[in-house]
Ligand binder design. Structure first.
Ligand SMILES: [Zn+2]
Length: 595
């Protein structure tokens, strides 16, 4: 991407991060006293401004239409305080030790300004309700925290109380006034003080919002929403700002807009509300996985919460009856929602958790998983890089729940491991899985095709459903609908207990070369797509070495000459080469003579 000089974003280039089509603006605010602003990264803290007050950082939903440079730019003006308890997962997002909102997600709406006659007041609560236990929100179940290793983030969302606020803070809001709107709703009893709550301040199209960064940043020109937390009435309150995007729907090319793909028509005919849906999802995904801004975000690139990593990335879309673009249907209603970051299998943006337990980070792991489970070979399983995937492979290969014990670090995967280790299996282990898609997959495979529900038929993703049915019924005909060749071969191999189906699972241009190499006993280099066959020495060289009294090394076809001129002399010399080597030489000579 090229950066357009001048224009709205000239002064914000240091806050423009690329690699991602995003603009993230973070800031630090001391809770007590005047706002103190520093930095560009929500997780950065300037020591100069660390005046004993806890930092509050704000992660902002980016405005679409920015033109970030091709090189990540990170401010050098701030000293970064690296949080403790960092853990890299290998999934492109890292854990920083803070808590998550694990089980209870109570959403509160504060409709601010004038929402009279606007269908948003119906559309947005309905969206929140439809999000609960959806394949989309279940993506967040791939996140967990350090508080309790047996918990995983739950996929339910509860649309709780809503209230209206008619301009109590005027129509030109600051970050402070947004917080006042939240605390005001609590102090007048309109909303409860709920540490499990996520409070959204939803502003009507005539309301502006300005963050006191240097320079200040604005709703619609710099961001579309943000989330943060504050201590209010003794509780850690998580809240977010999302403005009505009709304030900025039709921006010229390269300039910001908070509605994208749907600047003239939107799925539900309400341009502002339909665009707010995506920003709501962005901030909700971020709030549950990084509520206090010290849990899940990518280390190396600023703005790396799960929502940021997929900002304005919608994936495949379809055209709705009214001509708008949408990418998800929840309870029969179409929406256009940005993707969310899956914290599994190497990480990626996606619209749905497939629930597939056998989701591998690489073709390498998938190849060995397929072989291991198809043939019952734990030796193959041992080649899997990801430890959770390795243990599940061992459990299924051995038909044993033993490998599923404590080392499996993801609770949903662990429960799945217990459930699918052998089938049919009393599927009580599947009961506590917090991802409904993975739960259905677990019930399906572990029940061995029993018709009770949930089972494979309730797995939403068609490829995961096919694998589930294939494994449950040991029926390879189920696999044929899977379009990805590796996933299809995996299904054929595991469902049919046929390791030969696994051999073409590859990330290389020529899977048959890989298959030939591995089948021939060679060593395949998965990164260079090249084969190293076992060393085969020239028998004449070996014989010449033996004849000279040397010691033959068949691993590299070299001869270590002991200095003995002949075999006979060596045999008679007490200081000669080791007796075993000589014995072997003599035996070979005798057998050759016999021919
Ligand atoms: Zn964000």
């Amino acid at each position: 991407m090229t950066r357009h000089p001048g224009g709205l974003f000239t002064r914000r280039q240091k806050q423009d991060f690329s690699g991602w089509n995003t603009l993230r603006v973070g800031m630090l605010i001391t809770i007590v006293g005047a706002l103190s602003v520093a930095g560009i990264c929500a997780q950065q803290q300037s020591p100069k401004q660390n005046n004993n007050a806890p930092p509050v950082a704000i992660a902002v939903a980016p405005v679409n239409g920015t033109t970030p440079s091709s090189t990540p730019q990170v401010s050098t003006s701030q000293n970064e305080i690296v949080p403790i308890a960092e853990a890299a997962t290998g999934n492109g997002i890292d854990y920083h030790g803070g808590p998550l909102m694990l089980t209870t997600h109570n959403v509160y709406f504060i409709w601010y300004g004038n929402w009279n006659g606007n269908s948003a007041t119906t559309l947005l609560p309905q969206f929140m309700q439809n999000l609960s236990n959806s394949p989309y929100f279940s993506i967040n179940t791939t996140y967990e925290d350090a508080s309790n290793p047996v918990k995983n983030l739950g996929s339910s969302v509860g649309m709780s109380t809503q209230t209206f606020d008619v301009y109590s803070q005027g129509s030109a809001l600051t970050d402070t006034s947004v917080r006042n709107i939240v605390s005001g709703a609590m102090s007048r009893g309109a909303l409860p003080v709920d540490a499990n709550g996520i409070y959204f301040v939803l502003t009507s199209k005539d309301v502006s919002e300005t963050s006191p960064t240097n320079p200040p940043t604005h709703f619609c020109t710099d961001f579309c929403g943000w989330h943060t937390h504050a201590s209010l009435f003794g509780a850690d309150i998580k809240y977010a700002f999302v403005g009505d995007s009709t304030q900025c729907p039709n921006a010229p090319t390269g300039q910001p807009a908070c509605a994208t793909l749907n600047t003239t028509m939107s799925p539900n005919g309400n341009l502002g509300a339909d665009a707010m849906v995506s920003v709501l999802a962005h901030e909700l995904d971020e709030t549950v996985t990084d509520p206090d801004l010290n849990a899940w975000y990518r280390n190396v690139v600023n703005g790396g919460e799960n929502g940021d990593l997929c900002a304005w990335n919608f994936g495949p879309t379809f055209t709705t009856a009214n001509g708008a673009q949408a990418n998800i249907t929840l309870a029969g209603v179409n929406y256009l929602v940005q993707q969310d970051w899956l914290n599994d299998g190497g990480g990626r943006c996606t619209m749905a958790s497939t629930g597939n337990v056998f989701f591998y980070a690489s073709a390498h792991d998938q190849y060995y998983g397929c072989h291991g489970m198809a043939t019952g070979s734990t030796t193959d399983c041992n080649n899997i890089t990801d430890s959770n995937d390795r243990l599940i492979c061992q459990a299924v290969a051995q038909h044993s729940q033993t490998p599923c014990s404590t080392p499996v670090t993801d609770r949903n995967l662990q429960l799945s491991c217990f459930g699918i280790a052998f089938a049919p299996n009393f599927p009580s282990n599947c009961r506590d899985i917090t991802n409904p898609q993975m739960q259905s997959f677990c019930y399906g495979v572990s029940s061995g095709g029993s018709p009770s529900t949930p089972n494979c038929s309730t797995v939403a993703d068609p490829d995961a459903r096919a694998l589930c049915n294939g494994m449950a019924l040991h029926d390879t005909s189920q696999c044929s609908s899977i379009s990805n060749a590796n996933d299809r071969q995996f299904c054929l191999g595991v469902a049919g207990h046929d390791g030969s189906q696994c051999s073409t699972i590859s990330s290389c241009p020529n899977p048959s070369a890989q298959a030939a190499c591995l089948d021939g006993g060679g060593t395949w280099n998965w990164s260079t797509c090249s084969c190293t066959m076992p060393v085969v020495c020239d028998p004449a060289d070996q014989q010449a070495c033996i004849n000279s009294g040397g010691i033959w090394n068949s691993s590299d076809c070299t001869c270590s000459n002991s200095g003995c001129g002949t075999q006979i002399i060596c045999e008679q010399s007490p200081g000669g080469p080791n007796p075993a080597a000589q014995l072997k030489s003599r035996d070979i000579l005798q057998s050759l003579a016999a021919q």
